[in-house]
Design a protein. Structure first.
Length: 99
C-alpha cells in the first residue's frame, strides 16, 4: 500500500482496511476524525514510533505541552499545528516501511 492509497482509504471507506498495523490503524483513525480511538490505539504502542504518533495526536488536540513530552520520548523535534499534514504523511510513510 502506498501513502496515497492509504490516504484514499480514509476518504472512501467506512472502516479501516483489514490487516493494518497498530501504527497505521491509529493514523487512519486520526485522519478520519476519530481522535479518541486513535489515541487509545497509540497509547498501546510502546515504541519510539508510538510516541511520535502520540505526540502528533496531542498536537491535533491542541495540547502542545503534552505533545512536547511525547516528541521528546520519540526523539523527534516538536511540531506545531501548521505542520500536521506533512507530519501525518511522514508518519504513514514510516509505518508503511515498517510493514
Amino acid at each position: 500500500m502506498t501513502v496515497d492509497e492509504f490516504l484514499e482509504s480514509t476518504q472512501n471507506d467506512s472502516a479501516a482496511p483489514a490487516g493494518l498495523s497498530p501504527e497505521l490503524e491509529s493514523l487512519w483513525l486520526s485522519k478520519t476524525g476519530n481522535w479518541e480511538a486513535a489515541h487509545s490505539v497509540a497509547q498501546e504502542i510502546h515504541t519510539p514510533m508510538g510516541s511520535w504518533i502520540h505526540a502528533h495526536l496531542h498536537v491535533i488536540e491542541g495540547d502542545l505541552a503534552n505533545a512536547s513530552y511525547w516528541y521528546n520520548r520519540a526523539g523527534k523535534r516538536a511540531r506545531g499545528p501548521k505542520e500536521l499534514e506533512e507530519e501525518w504523511r511522514q508518519l504513514v510513510e514510516v509505518a508503511i516501511e515498517m510493514g
